[in-house]
Design a protein around this ligand. Structure first.
Ligand SMILES: Cc1cc2nc3c(=O)[nH]c(=O)nc-3n(C[C@H](O)[C@H](O)[C@H](O)COP(=O)(O)OP(=O)(O)OC[C@H]3O[C@@H](n4cnc5c(N)ncnc54)[C@H](O)[C@@H]3O)c2cc1C
Length: 422
């Protein structure tokens, strides 16, 4: 996104050094859900929203008022970038009116028509990049070091085919994501999460952290992650976060209800599941909930993996849960104001996982990395999972869509900033 925006200035030469497309990025395995408030897609669906409301929802979840200027800056550009994706890049965007999420006061997740997720989105962006004459996309070229002269970043060193090459650059943008794939860093910063399933890519090793640290950058919220309480045990697929809003219930290992399923986002729910016996719970839903969610890429993956059991009636469900039928019936009693489930049922045992880290470098609202005295490190920007995210100090403060908002929002802001400077 940074390269696409920066390259609109024909006088700029942009190089994207990618560690490995084959190894992958989290954006490409993500659901590709883009949070934006105040888009024309929302207006056309009769949904009233704005960047200010979006920012208020994120801050209410995170409690991180100190980060409010960054949150607001990202929410301000979110509708612009979603509409640009559709109108300029021809990406088939639709508003996910059927994608309710905890803490989201109105539907604001935008997705692709067909719900193919992040893989389709990244393929589309990379194809757009390939068309630009002033951009070089260099694959299998991990950055291993920054070039620093008199406190300013003036380039970087990449490794290609075992050889190191020094590249001069007017500006360097770090978009290497966080450190969730680095067990030692996870043990250092996120030990309280236990030993969760990891659902992100292997390239998120925090390679930028030592470079940033040596420049005196400061880091915030290093203990926060994007977690998921929707990971199917023994499969590693996820079920849809919309299921609880369509009546799905969570039962503990003894077949008892233990939580209000709508009261937690999936990142917060991961913490609740970690405290359950066996660190898991049975999610139970019915045909109506299945119909409302089966088209999401998460449900398609889970169905294809055989991760969801079909149970014709209450006795079959009770047997699968290992409880008496009357206990199962009591557990399925809806909470006040909620819908009652009806046979046939679906069942998946879910546990907690980590998808990505949310802590990172302190940046200003234009993505410039701030050094020890709070002033920008000349020549250096960071966005996405490399920068401090929007969840606040705790994983339970993560709002759906925050990850790509930080990645694409900073990509947009930094790219425009570079293009404007020429
Ligand atoms: C399963 C899953 C589902 C998700 N769903 C959503 C969603 O629907 N909506 C949402 O908002 N967020 C979602 N997220 C979070 C979101 O994907 C991430 O927050 C976001 O992709 C981070 O963007 P990024 O550009 O920082 O990192 P990435 O997308 O991971 O890209 C980082 C890139 O940097 C490269 N790299 C790493 N180190 C180096 C190096 N040393 N040199 C060169 N290149 C390097 C990597 O190879 C990679 O290509 C999801 C995450 C996961 C794992």
């Amino acid at each position: 996104m940074t390269a696409l925006r920066a390259a609109r200035d024909p006088d700029l030469v942009v190089a994207v050094f990618e560690r490995s497309v084959r190894e992958g990025c989290n954006a490409a395995i993500s659901s590709g859900s883009l949070a934006a408030g105040g888009t024309r897609f929302q207006r056309e669906a009769g949904i009233e929203d704005s960047p200010a409301r979006h920012a208020a929802d994120i801050l209410a979840a995170s409690g991180d008022e100190e980060w409010a200027p960054v949150v607001r800056a990202l929410c301000d550009v979110a509708p612009l970038l979603v509409e640009w994706l559709a109108d300029e890049l021809g990406y088939p965007v639709e508003i996910g009116a059927d994608m309710p999420r905890a803490g989201m006061s109105v539907p604001r997740l935008h997705t692709d028509v067909g719900r193919l997720g992040g893989g389709r989105l990244m393929a589309h962006l990379r194809a757009a990049l390939a068309d630009l004459p002033n951009v070089a996309f260099v694959d299998e070229a991990p950055v291993v070091e920054l070039v620093v002269e008199d406190g300013a970043v003036t380039g970087l060193v990449v490794e290609q085919n075992g050889e190191r090459q020094r590249v001069r650059a007017g500006s360097v943008v770090l978009a290497t994501d966080g450190f969730a794939a680095a067990p030692a860093l996870m043990a250092e910063h996120c030990a309280d999460l236990g030993t969760p399933f990891y659902g992100g890519v292997s390239s998120a090793t925090g390679s930028a952290l030592p470079w940033l640290a040596s420049l005196g950058a400061t880091f915030r919220n290093m203990g926060a992650c994007l977690r998921s309480g929707l990971v199917v045990v023994d499969h590693g697929t996820r079920v849809s976060p919309a299921l609880p809003f369509n009546g799905a219930v969570l039962l503990d290992a003894e077949g008892r209800r233990f939580v209000d399923e709508e009261a937690h986002g999936y990142s917060s729910m991961a913490g609740v599941l970690r405290d359950q016996p066996g660190e898991r719970a049975a999610m139970v839903w019915d045909a109506e909930a299945m119909d409302a969610t089966r088209h999401s890429e998460m449900m398609r993956d889970s169905l294809a993996a055989g991760a969801i059991r079909d149970l014709p009636d209450l006795p079959a469900l009770a047997a699968a849960l290992g409880v008496a039928p009357d206990a199962a019936a009591a557990a399925l009693e809806p909470l006040p104001g909620r819908r009652a489930l009806a046979a046939p049922y679906h069942l998946a045992w879910v546990t907690h996982g980590v998808l990505a880290t949310q802590g990172g470098a302190v940046v200003d609202t234009t993505g410039r990395v701030l050094g020890p005295a709070g002033s920008p490190v000349p020549g250096l920007y960071a966005g996405g999972g490399t920068a401090c995210g929007l969840a606040g100090p705790s994983s339970s403060g993560y709002s759906s869509g925050n990850g790509l908002l930080s990645a694409f929002g900073f990509g947009w802001i930094i790219g425009d900033h570079l293009a404007a400077r020429g």
